[in-house]
Design a protein around this ligand. Structure first.
Ligand SMILES: CC(C)(COP(=O)(O)OP(=O)(O)OC[C@H]1O[C@@H](n2cnc3c(N)ncnc32)[C@H](O)[C@@H]1OP(=O)(O)O)[C@@H](O)C(=O)NCCC(=O)NCCS
Length: 145
């Protein structure tokens, strides 16, 4: 018989951030406010994009945001990120947010979307993204995380 973990759907990408949804993050109906979830996804995507670009980055577009299930107070929210494509100065980062219900319960995907970031220099102008072979190992292989 397969272990329970093997039967669970797998997230795409690398686990980039984890946090707990708190009562202060709720909307008037008591579920977690969608803007809070998007903010957590933007933070994680920014970490991923900043490491790929090895520079400051800014969000320029969000595509295909899909709120699949609500997030509840006490859920652990884990955000997974993956670089989907790289342009001259821009990158598309696939982002999935998953919860562990009430810290120890069922694991479910709650939100997904594609975040576009642009690498910028110290003056705020777009700047080229380095080639993959010029990146430090931790960016590609996730040592020390
Ligand atoms: C990101 C920014 C510096 C780009 O400036 P720009 O003058 O458009 O720069 P460029 O014309 O050189 O374009 C840079 C890249 O971004 C892409 N891009 C710029 N605006 C985009 C948009 N709205 N949607 C999708 N892609 C966009 C371009 O296609 C280009 O990609 P490539 O180099 O991979 O081919 C500028 O738009 C900016 O500062 N935006 C605000 C970002 C921000 O504050 N985000 C936080 C929101 S709270």
């Amino acid at each position: 018989m397969k272990e329970k973990a093997e039967l669970e759907e797998r997230a795409k990408g690398r686990l980039t951030t984890r946090t707990v949804a708190m009562p202060g993050d709720t909307n008037p109906s008591g579920d977690i406010f969608g803007g809070w979830v998007v903010s957590q996804m933007d933070i994680a995507a920014g970490i991923c994009a900043g490491q790929r670009a090895q520079s400051r980055v800014v969000t320029v577009a969000l595509d295909g945001m899909s709120f699949i299930r609500p997030v509840k107070v006490g859920d652990i929210l884990g955000v997974y990120t993956r670089v989907e494509s790289v342009g001259r100065t821009s990158m598309n980062i696939l982002v999935e947010a998953w919860v562990r219900r009430g810290r120890i319960g069922q694991r479910e995907k709650v939100t997904e979307g594609m975040f576009k970031f642009v690498a910028i220099d110290e003056t705020g102008r777009s700047t080229p993204i380095p080639k993959e072979e010029d990146l430090p190992d931790y960016v590609l292989h996730g040592f020390d995380e």
